[in-house]
Design a protein around this ligand. Structure first.
Ligand SMILES: [Zn+2]
Length: 208
């Protein structure tokens, strides 16, 4: 693996998992020292993160982990709604026994997590559900675009205080699942869109 890719993987994981919080500095010399690599692969990795919207350049502090504004989060969700809908549409006819089993496991855990009220775990299980759909869709372009959006969403969720609605998310996931297992593309797309659309609405209220 190239040094810059290895550095990228480390930083990406720290940002998406929330170990590096929005607004944290990504100091090239400090990271190079810590990971015991030269500065150029670190610079390259940071540039990659900036390109994906996970970091942003500042005037005098170098790059920092992106702090999403409420309006930026709404814009992410509008794109997400269209892409999640298309992913579900493509996934429906490809949804077999393995997918069904994995999805049932995710739904069962999500139920428990919502009952416990564990919001951080909810973000992870929710992400696992959507990952399963876009992987099944079989479109490399949609997979890549939604991976990027999902990473930004994970960071943005930590910049805002949008929480709650966990039980409703589980119900909507079940509704998406129920259509997916029938293999019906149109209904699957609508169910996925409805779910993301409701979240977009909540975010808009918060952004006003
Ligand atoms: Zn969801």
């Amino acid at each position: 693996m190239k040094a810059s890719s290895a550095v990228y993987e480390v930083l990406h994981l720290r940002i998406v998992s929330g170990k590096l919080k929005p607004g944290s500095r990504l100091s090239v010399p400090a990271i190079a020292r810590e990971l015991d690599v030269s500065r150029s692969p670190v610079r390259e990795a940071v540039m990659g993160l900036v390109g994906e919207g996970l970091a942003q350049e500042t005037h005098n502090r170098g790059a920092v982990v992106t702090r999403f504004t409420p309006a930026a989060l709404v814009s992410l969700y509008e794109a997400r709604e269209a892409l999640e809908g298309m992913a579900a549409r493509l996934a429906a006819p490809r949804f077999g026994t393995d997918e069904r089993q994995r999805m049932l496991g995710i739904l069962r855990e999500h139920d428990e997590v919502a009952r416990r009220g564990d919001f951080l775990r909810h973000i992870e299980v929710d992400a696992a559900f959507h990952l399963e759909i876009r992987r099944t869709a079989g479109s490399p372009t949609i997979l890549r675009m939604l991976d990027e959006i999902q990473a930004q969403v994970a960071v943005a969720m930590r910049s805002t205080s949008v929480s709650g609605g966990m039980k409703q998310a589980v119900e909507e996931h079940r509704a998406i699942f129920d259509v997916l297992v029938t293999g019906e593309p149109e209904g699957s797309e609508q169910a996925a869109r409805r779910h993301i659309h409701r979240l977009t609405g909540l975010l808009k209220e918060g952004a006003e």
